[in-house]
Design a protein around this ligand. Structure first.
Ligand code: KG4
Ligand code: ZN
Length: 342
């Protein structure tokens, strides 16, 4: 018998994602983004995002089915983000998923967005190992995880105590007047800069901080340091070397993320590290992590950049594993949980 055909739906923030997965094979992956509608506000406006999901959901579903040449009636299960995320945005995806599950009499699985960011890697690099570490870096979360079972046993060993890494990217891009979202624009600008030009701070890395916060992160001091540096330069009447600031900021983020991820692998005896979340698309983070992991004898798994930012494939990938391991479906009465932890 062939593996189940899983429909994945994601709508937690500003991306309407729909995907089809059979087993560990990605058959279709369509994303409609409302990012353009949020640019002038400098961040995601929840109401605008919800309306955009409502408009994009059916066309995105139709595109995914057409590209895989699949009739919706052929699916074996519907997997949807139940949290965390924006309440109104989550509700649109959940409602669509419930309607499909009910109309087709198929099981519904309400899943965790953060876990999906890690699970998506199995579509690119095959089955996940028995036990592994994960570095989850998105717009709202930054965590180090020890994963014993992607569907039921994830332990957060560290997390940011203030801003998420993606949030730091977005805030620094805003103060440099570079637009929204900040990650991709800083990544591009940094390519022409010197990462050693400015020594920005690495949060929670002093001997004293490591005692209490060995696997935790802090990015708000870094953001303030960048802001002060730029302000001082402007007060002195000098031009702001945007590429150098971007490269030096990016280096500080990548340095601390990779150092703590490697420390977790050593401390917890993990020989594989999976990278996930929107910031996992960052070129310097991917490069530095590969370098340091190689030196430490750790295998790094990095999903292709297009699967790092929010999409439906992550929910379908996680859902396929949930079904494979025989977990029970969710009730059709399941609600959205904006603050759902890992
Ligand atoms: O996972 P994601 O798509 O949404 C959340 O679940 O939050 O992550 C979005 C975040 C944004 O903060 C965005 O600036 C960041 O990921 N991001 C990047 C890159 N691409 C997206 N950060 C650094 N470098 C990138 N290339
Ligand atoms: Zn995300």
């Amino acid at each position: 018998m062939s593996e189940p055909l899983v429909l994945g739906i994601e709508s937690s923030c500003d991306e309407t994602g729909v995907a089809l997965v059979r087993g560990r094979e990605l058959l279709a992956h369509e994303v409609a983004s409302s990012v353009e509608q949020h640019v002038r506000f400098g961040g995601v406006v929840p109401e605008v995002a919800s309306r955009a999901h409502l408009q994009a959901m059916v066309p995105t579903l139709q595109r995914a089915c057409a590209s895989a040449d699949v009739d919706l009636a052929q699916i074996d299960g519907v997997c949807v983000t139940a949290g965390p995320g924006l309440m109104g945005a989550l509700v649109v995806g959940l409602s669509a998923a419930k309607a499909i599950a009910m109309a087709l009499d198929k099981p519904l699985y309400g899943l965790n967005h953060l876990v999906g960011h890690v699970a998506v890697d199995l579509l690119d690099h095959g089955a996940l190992p028995e036990r592994f570490g994960a570095l989850l870096v998105s717009g709202g979360h930054t965590s180090l995880l020890v994963v014993d079972d992607i569907t039921s046993a994830l332990t957060e060993v560290g997390a940011t105590i203030d801003d998420a890494a993606g949030e730091a990217y977005d805030k620094v891009a805003r103060l440099l007047g570079m637009g929204y979202p900040g990650g991709p624009v800083i990544d591009a600008a940094a390519a022409g800069g010197d990462p050693r030009a400015i020594a920005f701070p690495r949060g929670l890395t002093s001997a004293r901080d490591l005692e209490r916060h060995r696997f935790d992160f802090s990015f708000s001091g870094l953001k303030t340091a960048v802001s002060r540096w730029v302000e001082t330069r402007r007060l002195e009447g000098g031009d702001v070397p945007v590429a150098d600031v971007a490269a030096s900021f990016q280096e500080a983020v990548a340095d601390v993320l990779t150092a703590k991820a490697m420390d977790m692998c050593a401390h917890h005896g993990l020989d594989t590290l999976v990278l996930g979340g929107g910031v996992a698309a960052n070129s310097r983070l991917r490069g530095l992590l590969a370098e340091r992991a190689d030196a430490a004898g750790v295998t790094v798994r990095r999903p292709r950049p297009g699967l790092c930012t929010d999409n439906g494939a992550m929910m379908a990938a996680l859902g396929a594993e949930v079904i494979r391991r025989g977990h029970r479906p969710s009730s059709l009465e399941i609600g959205a949980t904006p603050g759902l932890p890992v």
